[in-house]
Every structure is written in C-alpha cells, then in structure tokens.
Write a protein that binds this ligand. Structure first.
Ligand code: GTP
Ligand code: MG
Length: 294
C-alpha cells in the first residue's frame, strides 16, 4: 500500500491534464461554428464524475444530446435517478449499451438528431438558404465510448477503439449517412478538479492513463468505495465482511484467497492492488455505479 497516503492524490492533481487535451479543446472551439448538434458522452457508471465540468464554456449553446454509454455495466437503479435528474435540468438523455446487438438506443438517438436537424434546416430554408447535412460533434472524457458510438452509428468500424484512455489522437470527420456527418474527438478532462473523489472515480474506471496513477492509492479507493456502496460485492468476490481502517487485513484476505503471495507465502501487496484494479476494470464486481446524487 501507499507509504504516503497522499501520493496518489497529488499525482492525479498534477499529471492528469496532458497538453494534448488543451489542444483538443482549442481545436473544438475553432470548429464550433461548423457544428449543428453536440453528443456529450458520459459513462453510466459515473454519470457525475465523467461529465466535463466546463463543457458549457466549450460547446456554448449548441443543441445537445447527453449519451450515457456502458449501460450494460452500470447499476440500473442509480442510473435511472441520474437520467431523471439530467432530464429535469432540460437535457435530452439517451442511455446505450454499445456492446449489445439491440439498436433501440441508437435508433432513438438518430430520431432525436433528425428532429433537431429538421428544425435547423427549416430555419435555413426560412432564411432562403439550402438545407444541408447535419454536423455533429462528439465530445467526452477519455475512454467514455465516443469512437465505439460512432462505429455503431456508421454500422461498421469507422473510428479506432481501445480500452485505454487517449486512444483517439486527432479530430476527424466521419460520415454516418447522407444526412449526417460526425466529428470524433480525443477524450478531454478539465485542468483542475477540486473534487478528489471524482478524480479517483475517473481513475478507477479507466479514464486516466494508468502510467500516471498510483495503483495502490486507486486500489484502496476502490475497496473503500465498494465497501460503502456495495459491501455485498466485496463479500462475494473476496470474502471480506468488514473493512479494517488501514486495509491491511483486507489485503491479507485477498492475497490468501487469490494466491497473491510472494516467496515465503507473504502477501504481495502490489499484486493485490493490481487484482483489485483489474477486477473493477474487467467488470468482475458486476453492475456498479460509483457516483451518487447528493
Ligand atoms: N461494456 C461496454 N463497453 C463499452 C461500451 N462503449 C464502449 N465500450 C468500451 O470502452 C472502451 C473505450 O471505447 P472507445 O470508443 O475507444 O472510447 P473513446 O471515448 O473513443 O476513448 P478515447 O479515444 O480514448 O477518448 C472500449 O474498450 C470499448 O469497447 C458499452 O456501452 N459497454
Ligand atoms: Mg476515441
């Protein structure tokens, strides 16, 4: 475990906003006048932490659809609360499981998009202009599923996808059909995050590059978070009934259960941290949502 409990916190604070994100934001601002509609993509497992704080500064008053990806991985009860919360705030919200063959969510998204586009083109026609194909910007944090969503919309692999944050490197236009074009963008975060809980949620669910994280710090955060929100999942997976304050017992229990032992049969803490982080990343705790509405 972390010798210095604040190490990971500091690491996130310092390193989590690489220069290319500033560049992406600048390029999005420059291209904004070409855009008709924005798909703001958030991860259903963290509907609060994955929402870019200063998104309104970036996309101004462009018509927007909030797309909640990874619906298959989230806690449906909590997600429903967030959907209602965002709808009350005036958002159009669509939740999608991009891994499933069911394309109901995608169809709903396209229906709303076409409706918005019709309004935009009606206004153009009223001004004596020609109607034109809609241009959509897709924006969100790293690893949210932006490129996967594009591929579902196009119906084939048009954008690169990978389970590491920062997969997409450049802005690129992709045609969905004759009426719609889409601008894929690299994931962005925001320069400062006062809320370290959200920073850790983002790190736990793979939206911050692993290389800059303190894995022990994230693993401890995950254990504490799951104990608070889903104690039964810790019991099922690791046989942990109660979490001790400094987590030593919890680490020992996991090490014994999973054979994470170094020579001489001593618990290997680093291995345990890796197991915890991987288990969450691979969805082995089942359906979870790490944010809660206040
Ligand atoms: N289970 C599940 N996995 C998803 C879903 N959507 C995306 N993924 C996975 O999430 C990972 C990231 O997807 P991408 O589409 O590359 O994410 P991105 O937002 O384009 O990421 P960057 O380009 O890094 O900003 C991939 O491993 C996808 O397979 C979903 O609805 N359900
Ligand atoms: Mg991408």
């Amino acid at each position: 475990m972390s010798k210095n409990k604040n190490e990971g916190v500091n690491k996130i604070g310092i390193n989590w906003y690489p220069g290319h994100m500033a560049k992406t934001k600048r390029e999005i601002s420059e291209k904004l006048n070409l855009i008709d509609i924005v798909y703001e993509v958030i991860d259903s497992r963290m509907p609060k932490s994955s929402k870019i704080i200063d998104i309104d500064d970036l996309i101004k008053d462009k018509p927007r659809i909030l797309v909640m990806t990874k619906y298959d991985l989230c806690d449906k009860v909590e997600t429903q609360k967030f959907i209602e919360y965002y709808e009350k705030l005036g958002y159009k919200v669509i939740s999608v499981d991009l891994m499933s063959n069911n394309s109901l969510g995608i169809k709903k998204l396209l229906d709303i998009t076409n409706e918005l586009m019709k309004n935009i083109n009606d206004k153009r026609i009223a001004k004596g202009m020609m109607p034109r194909a809609g241009r959509i910007l897709i924006v969100g944090i790293p690893n949210a599923g932006k490129s996967t969503l594009i591929n579902r919309l196009v119906g084939k692999k048009a954008a690169g996808v990978g389970n590491t944050p920062g997969f997409t490197k450049n802005l690129s236009w992709i045609r969905i059909n004759k009426d719609l074009e889409l601008l894929d963008s690299p994931g962005i975060l925001w320069p400062k995050l006062e809320d370290q809980d959200s920073a850790h949620v983002l790190a736990s669910l793979s939206s911050i590059k692993e290389e800059i994280l303190n894995i022990d710090d994230i693993a401890c955060f995950i254990l504490r978070k799951l104990y608070k929100l889903y104690p039964e999942k810790l019991r099922e997976r690791y046989g942990i009934e109660e979490l001790d304050e400094d987590l030593i017992e919890a680490y020992e229990t996991i090490a014994a259960r999973r054979g994470a032992l170094s020579r001489g049969g001593i618990a290997d803490y680093e291995k345990v941290s890796n197991i915890i982080v991987r288990d969450l990343k691979n969805g082995y705790f089942g359906e979870i949502t790490l944010d809660r509405l206040k």
